[in-house]
Design a binder for this molecule. Sequence first.
Ligand SMILES: O=C(O)c1cc(=O)[nH]c(=O)n1[C@@H]1O[C@H](COP(=O)(O)O)[C@@H](O)[C@H]1O
Length: 306
Amino acid sequence: MAENVSSEEMQLRRSDFGLRLKNSMDKYGPLCVGIDPHRKLLTDWGYDVDAEGAELFAMRMLQAANGRAAAVKFQAPMFERYGSKGYAALERVLYAARQMGIITIVDCLHGGLPTTISAIADAYFKPGAPLLADAITLLPYYGARSLQGVINDALNNSRGVFVASLTSNPEGASMQTAIRQSGEYKGRTVAYGIAHTAQKFNNGIEGMGSVGLIIGATIGQWMDQSGVEPSKFTGPILSPGYGWQGAEAKDLRTVFKGTKGNVLVTVSRFIAAHGPDIASLSQATEAIALDVRQALMEATEEGELL
Ligand SMILES: O=C(O)c1cc(=O)[nH]c(=O)n1[C@@H]1O[C@H](COP(=O)(O)O)[C@@H](O)[C@H]1O
């Protein structure tokens, strides 16, 4: 049934995720702890490689992140591989994260026909959704506009999304920097069209918007060619690639030069490698949070904060 809400209330909902994430970043800094229960990590930690092991792993990572990071990101396929038991584990760890009050991102990498992906709003965004999360990741390769319906569903429920634009993997850039042959973004790169489409949702919102991009910290050499300008983007930018994938503080400074305090660096294995001991995990989280915060402060120096 359609809800009867005023346009003011709708406006508030559409800016809610960005505002909550920004407040959390101001309080805890720009680190997101990635919770990726890799098989090898479960084994190294002495856990069983099953849904229960993944849940124990996630709970411990949450403990390390709580009060030390702005958000956590759960890697959905690493729960999904255990079928219904894996999904039940993901539901429970999301519930635990909500109880802690930490911002949750589910890295489910959804994308597809508008008519079919509208179903994911029921899974992640609507009140009572089984996998209720603050934001999810989206893949725009059915055309960025195919995501419009699901993005509106997120915004109208006070949630957010992160749309992949320039991914951190080396295979991504050649496709994402391909030049478009027709349409509104003719002559521009694929990544540019995605970033521009995402930005339109943030235009007119005061402060940081709720529609984010994914831009890898590893993609420095492709940045100019892509035409994407992170410094002009006013939604949150989720940036993987620091640590295990080779990016360092200096890469964050280069890729995100001139940004306005809206970059959220997500780090998974580089933190988890210090587990399962909670003191070591917490210490690693703090050290990485500090390094990332310092780098992004330098990148932001001349930029005005959102
Ligand atoms: O969607 C993502 O989060 C993502 C996008 C991207 O371009 N690169 C990327 O590494 N990721 C995810 O970010 C996390 C990075 O993990 P680490 O390399 O272990 O820090 C993994 O969950 C990846 O799936």
